[in-house]
Design a protein around this ligand. Sequence first.
Ligand code: TRP
Length: 544
Amino acid sequence: MSSSKDPCSSAASSRGNWGSKLGFILAAGGSAVGLGNLWKFPYLAYSNGGGAGDQQGAGGFVLIYLLAVLVLGLPIMIAEMMLGKRTQTTPIGAFESVRPHTLWKHVGTLCVITGFLLLSYYSVIAGWTVEYTVKSVTSEFSNYDQAVSEEMVREQLWHDFVYSSEGEAALIIELGQKPESLSKALTDPKLNTLKQVVTDQEWKRLQQNEEGQAKLSELKKTLYPQKLFSEFIAHPWKQVLWAFVFLAMTVGVVIGGVSKGIERWSKILMPALFVLLIVLLGRMLMLDGAGKALSFLFRPSFETVTASTVLNAMGQAFFSLSLGMGVLITYGSYMKKDDNLVSSSYSVVIMDTLIALIASVIIFSAIFSYNLVMKDGGTGNLFTAMPVIFMKLPGGILLCAAFYILVIFAALTSAISMLEAVVATFVDEFKWSRKKAVYIISAVTFVLGIPAALSYNLMSNVTIMGKTWIDFADFLCSNWFMPIGGLMLSLFVGFVFTKKDQQEELPEAHCKWFPFPLFRVLVRYIAPVLVVVVLLGMLFGAIQ
Ligand code: TRP
């Protein structure tokens, strides 16, 4: 390393260290496990899998995601932690201390910009989970009976008919041929008469006897969360308010400093989330839609794979593992000298991936078991599919509240890591006090978040490259900034660090499951080349 001072010698105890190895894994895991796993992964699987409509599947997307996690995620995670651990400082300073007065420090600048933008829209989605906790505690979900209109029920009856085998036969007769796609048939004006006849008949049947009434009430239970969700996101001030509340919670923790708050709570609530997910998974696998959910997610199906699937899968790997934004540089900087980078990274990667997959199986089992119709490419499925499950379980409303509280917590540990990385950088670089940094940065973030909060309502017509602001911000962060950050990081650790530097951080005893030469090839060549190829593909795809 060319720097005059040996960064390793300054085992900066004054900056605070993790209390234990488990503490670090849970905090890094807490950063990784968040809305990315519970909300975004199922949502991307839904939209990249062609929706749940026409027998397509997300298997291709899931497979590419897993590959991206192994080939890009793991080595870049190790590289990022290594940089933090060795330099014991935050993103900008880390590059600066190894290569002073070069452009490298602007990789750190990119990390900071990404941090602001990411936290600004992350808070909006996290705010949804706060609203949903309130909704469950106040038993809003039990009002389904009056709230669901006849028209909504009829739409669902029509949907169920179109997707049934009996319906398919009727459509063929009516259209004179097989419909091009069932989801298009739903709104085909040529089928209006048939729709009227069928839904009249079904509606009457539901009114007839007790059995029908019970069925109707079950149907309303599945429809109500959709209605609640569309009403909620159409509400501009609620969006802004909850984003503010969530950000305030994040500020509350970060003000207190890292190890005490984050570490202690992570140790309790992360395992609690995991246990609740496993319990729900067990329950969901007993439903009849579970088989369909599993095959939708895991049957290798490549009909739906396009260049943008690959881009989305890669972006999601960066997003979900909290890579390319300097969070792990910062967290790595609190590591002790002999901590094991490989096993820590493995633990985080495995935990993160498992939770994303479990959450998806749960959500898709609900979608298929209850024939739920997801709108907007499935953005809402954490908020529309989950309440349906809870409304049908005994004691479900309490579980529902517990669930959303744990989701808030998962989102909080992630948001903390974003804010912490930016705050620590300002503290280290500009010698701001921690308090000043936290308040100013969170205020700026809040303002940046307002257009994101309004993206589903007042500003839904304002688009950039065909995307609303929140989608555009996510697209910029996940699909560009984080991969570029990760690319730079892997080049930095791959080529600026000497082999000796790398080996010191990855001693042989740590490398049983990840041989050092493999790490070197991945971090120097394979990961950077893959990222560049995907980004170039995107660039040319976008220009054409
Ligand atoms: N990984 C988190 C999630 O899945 C999001 C996140 C937290 C993040 N910190 C990050 C993403 C830093 C990128 C960079 O919800």
